[in-house]
Write a protein that binds this ligand. Sequence first.
Ligand SMILES: [Mg+2]
Length: 215
Amino acid sequence: MKQAAVPRAVVFDLGKVLIDFDYGILARRMAPQSAIPADAILAVVNQTPLLHRYETGLMSDREFFEAVVAATGFRGGETEFLAWFGDIFTEIGPMVALQQALVGRGVPTYVFSNTNAQAIRHVRQSFPFYRQFTGEVLSYEVRSMKPDTRIYEAVEAVSGFSGEDLLYLDDRSENIAAGAGRGWQAWIHDDPRQTVPRVSALMGLEAGTIPVAGS
Ligand SMILES: [Mg+2]
């Protein structure tokens, strides 16, 4: 079997790869000022076509807020809502350490995320690792969501790399399948205890320098 080429750039999904998120935090904060309970609010912000439209860049922050108010009866302000909406993230330590090790080695890294403007404003401000990416491909800017072809083409255009020069990590199998279909080295991410050693070995990072216990 042909040995895998050493990738020249690493493409990271954001949610559930580098940062964890929990819209339940937002729903619980909104509930006391809303017409419906927290679990129903969660369904509105997390599972409806609303978030999909926001993350495809088809709605502004204001339009998204107004649609959430209409669906939940939320009585708080837009500023308060947007601050809470952004504040649902926690860093996944070992994966951030992996990205930092790659940056330290001069490997270009890219963020490749289905996300929205408010989330990215918050993440950029709160997590220093985010500012070290070489480039970013974000669904709401590209107006295309993984696993659609167009957003993968954007990664190739932004990075200047394609095929096996790209190593791509994502927690969703349909996204990985689309990357693999383009010839990228695309790996499903589940657990840092598997991903960190595997990426370290492929990229020639010094074994054991990245802590994988805890996050
Ligand atoms: Mg993800």
